[in-house]
Design a protein around this ligand. Structure first.
Ligand SMILES: [Zn+2]
Length: 391
């Protein structure tokens, strides 16, 4: 197929171009041109999108022979074509990529943290730094310094140098021969095939966000340019919505949220305590209003549609059976479960009654003399269990 001339190497601002079709796959969906402004996915930067003669380019990949393959949505014939790249997407990646070079240079200059890998995604980007820890103070200082370099609007230039002679590169070149070198004036020199803005001012605001431990390193999330601006808007809107809930100033939201979360936790504890107390009282009331059955016991059957047979149900059952001659059966349909509590003076043993019946009905569980609990495979088994208990 042959080497494709990469127009973006020398002009990353080229949005439209003419080219000759060198080859097209049999289905017409993969085209190689003699020259292209389309950037293929490589070096941590995503590929361009756009059109060739109005046909959408959905992917751009680098062939092994140095060709650039344009993957198309519908077949392309051949001859000469006009290509157009999706400029909004490309410029966004240029902002991220130049921003990444700047950030990597600043992290290394200020703290000696070397960049070992980069990723520039559709919505956010990261640099992986060779260090065990990055603090908030590091982030603040690097963000400050990187944005200062943006305000200084330093020129970013692209040149070609021989690998053997290229000096002062941030990372030693692995390749020999001609190197494409991207320089940020007075700040960074890196071998890179990516697309870059022409001065740091075009990177726009640089914002550092999440930190993630990855292997022995730390990954730092960053946003540049339009992404940083859009993120700032979303952050503001989220914080503003929270502030409205609290009827407070934005800066007071974190302290208020922490305080409310603490109150909710305390209230939850208090509610559970009151729930248990109430269950205790209700258990006694239930016992008093329950008629004595032909077996001479007061038996209460508490049938619930759903939910776990939790501490509150247990408290109710134990309080009911704290009274003499009583048995309390609680069931839940979803998931099918049963609980049995008996008064001490009944002479019954809840565990010994329940365990064999549960396993007979395909379930499992057990307990002690006062209470027993278990699960059953199906809700039909609950009625069978109650009948077999025969209380
Ligand atoms: Zn690069």
């Amino acid at each position: 197929m042959g080497v494709t001339a990469r127009l973006y190497y020398t002009d990353s601002y080229l949005k439209q171009f003419d080219a000759g079709v060198v080859s097209v796959s049999e289905d017409g969906l993969r085209a190689v041109l003699d020259r292209t402004a389309f950037y293929p996915a490589s070096g941590g930067q995503l590929h361009d999108l756009g059109t060739l003669d109005g046909i959408r380019v959905i992917e751009v990949v680098e062939g092994e022979d140095g060709s650039i393959v344009h993957v198309l949505e519908t077949p392309l014939a051949g001859g000469r074509v006009t290509g157009e790249i999706d400029w909004e997407r490309r410029f966004d990646f240029m902002q991220q990529h130049s921003g990444q070079h700047l950030l990597s240079a600043v992290f290394e200059a200020m703290y000696g943290f070397k960049t070992v890998s980069v990723h520039m995604g559709e919505t956010s980007s990261t640099v992986e730094l060779e260090t065990a820890a990055v603090t908030r103070d590091h982030l603040r200082a690097v963000e400050e310094s990187a944005n200062r370099a943006v305000f200084e609007n330093r020129p970013i230039t692209v040149g070609f140098e021989d690998a053997a002679e290229a000096a002062g590169l941030r990372k030693a070149a692995e390749r020999t021969g001609d190197l494409r070198i991207v320089s940020i004036d007075g700040c960074d020199r890196s071998a890179c095939g990516g697309t870059h803005v022409r001065a740091t001012g075009e990177i726009g605001p640089v914002v550092l966000r999440r930190l993630d431990k990855i292997r022995a390193n730390v990954r730092v999330e960053f946003l540049c340019g339009r992404r940083a601006m859009r993120r700032a808007r979303l952050d503001y809107e989220a914080l503003d919505a929270a502030a409205r809930v609290f009827n407070a100033q934005l800066d007071d939201v974190p302290a208020l949220a922490a305080s409310v979360a603490g109150q909710v936790k305390e209230a939850g504890k208090e509610r559970r305590k009151l729930g248990l107390e109430l269950a205790g009282l209700r258990g006694r009331q239930l016992w008093e209003s329950q008629a004595v059955s032909p077996t001479g016991r007061r038996v209460y059957i508490d049938e619930r549609a759903s939910g776990a047979l939790d501490d509150e149900v247990r408290a109710l059952a134990l309080s009911f059976t704290a009274q003499p001659g009583a048995a309390y059966i609680a069931t839940s349909l979803d998931p099918p479960a049963a609980l049995l509590a008996v008064s001490e003076d009944t002479g019954l043993h809840a565990g010994n009654l329940m365990k064999p019946l549960l396993s007979e009905l395909g379930g499992r569980g057990g307990g002690n003399n006062r209470t027993a609990q278990g699960s059953l495979p199906a809700k039909d088994a609950l009625a069978a269990l109650i009948a077999k208990l025969g209380l």
